[in-house]
Each structure stands twice: as C-alpha cells, then as structure tokens.
Design a protein around this ligand. Structure first.
Ligand SMILES: O=P(O)(O)OC[C@H]1O[C@H](OP(=O)(O)OP(=O)(O)O)[C@H](O)[C@@H]1O
Length: 202
C-alpha cells in the first residue's frame, strides 16, 4: 500500500519501478558503461545533473569498475510545476577540466535522472561542448520519448544509455521531485493528480 499515510509516500498513486527493480537495472547499465569506459585509454568524467540525478549517479558510479572522475552541474527547468519551462539553465560550473589539462580532452558521460522534452540534455551537451569536451555520452535513468520536443546530438563517439523507458505520466522518487518533495523515495511512483493542485497538465 502506497500513498495513504503520513510518510514520504503521501500522495503516491502507484509504484512504477520498485527499489529492487531499479537496483537490478542500474547494475545492468553500469556494466554496459564500465565495459565502454575500460576500453578507453584515459579516465572518463561522469557529470551528474543536480538535483534529480543524485541517487542514480551515486548508485551508478559505485557499480562502474573503471577509472573515472565525478563532477556535478546544476540544471534547472521545472521550477515548482509539473511542466518544463523549456528554458533550462546550467546554474553551477564544472570543477573538472573536461578539455584536458594537458590534452587530450576527457571523454564525458552526462548522467541524468530523466530525459523528458530533451531541453535540459541539449543545453547540457552545448555547455559541455563549449567547455571543450570532444566525446559526450548521455546516461539517463529514465527516458520519456513521448514528450520529446528537442532533438539532441551526442558528440564524438558518444552513446545513449538509459535505464527504463518511462510512460507519459508525472513520476517522482529516486531523485525526482514535485516541488522538491519525494526525491527520497527509494522507488519511482506516479503522483496522484490531486497533488498537482491547479497544474494537472502532466
Ligand atoms: O528533458 P527535460 O524536459 O528538460 O526535463 C528533464 C530535466 O528536468 C528535471 O530537472 P528539474 O529542472 O526539474 O530540476 P531538478 O533536477 O532539480 O529536479 C530532470 O532532473 C531533468 O534534468
């Protein structure tokens, strides 16, 4: 039973992926990523997008048996609503020099909790390219292709990794929020429509 009490799950309608299902799938994605990273001649930089990707990033990198650096950027697009503003911004800078110092540039893996319209990941790729990354892959926990409006191009020999294809519902948990709540749920669930208040667009 979810969504009935006063706990973190208050307002959850149903569970889409349980904690065990998530763990199993993250291990599979990590194995795929690790095999690719071990084939490289230099360590990669894994760039997590805060806040939403924090749990996926932590679970993923702990399962990747390959040399890598971890960095974070903050990207914001939703505000407190359920609908993307369509104008994401990168609001904090990278610490690692992805351009390489000295060269070569470091292969870069951008880690997202969800690719929805694609605006955020497009913005992130443009940002990483501007920083000098010559190979950019995207690794997202969830992919919601039904909502895609922005086509994004991976860079160099970049690949697209995804955990699950997500139905066109507003999902929370495992890092994903509604108005900053629900990120601490260990599973992914669909929020009851009445929780959106006036905004029932998603
Ligand atoms: O493909 P898009 O339509 O751009 O949506 C995906 C982005 O939206 C969410 O971030 P949000 O701006 O809500 O910030 P958060 O990570 O702090 O939750 C999510 O974490 C992705 O970064």
């Amino acid at each position: 039973m979810v969504g009935g009490g006063a706990g973190a799950d208050a307002g959850i309608d149903r569970v889409l992926w349980t904690e065990a299902e998530i763990a199993a799938r993250v291990s599979e994605v990590a194995a795929e990523l690790a095999a690719d990273l071990r084939a490289l001649r230099e360590p990669a930089v894994v760039v997590g997008v805060a806040t939403g990707a924090f749990l996926f990033l932590a679970d993923l990198v702990r399962r990747v048996d390959a040399p890598l650096a971890v960095d974070l950027v903050r990207a914001e697009s939703y505000g407190d609503g359920t609908e993307s503003s369509g104008r994401p911004r990168i609001t904090s800078d990278l610490k690692v020099d992805v351009a390489g110092n000295p060269p070569p540039t470091l292969p870069t893996r951008a880690v997202e909790d969800i690719v929805d319209t694609g605006n955020t990941v497009s913005c992130l790729i443009a940002y990483l390219e501007k920083k000098g990354a010559s190979s950019i892959s995207v690794c997202t926990f969830l992919d919601k292709p039904a909502r895609r409006t922005a086509n994004f191009q991976l860079v160099g020999d970049g690949k697209f990794y995804r955990g699950f294809e997500c139905p066109d519902s507003f999902v929370v948990g495992y890092g994903m929020d509604y108005a900053e709540l629900y990120r601490n749920l260990p599973y992914v669930g669909v929020l009851k429509a009445e929780m959106y208040k006036k905004d029932t667009s998603n």
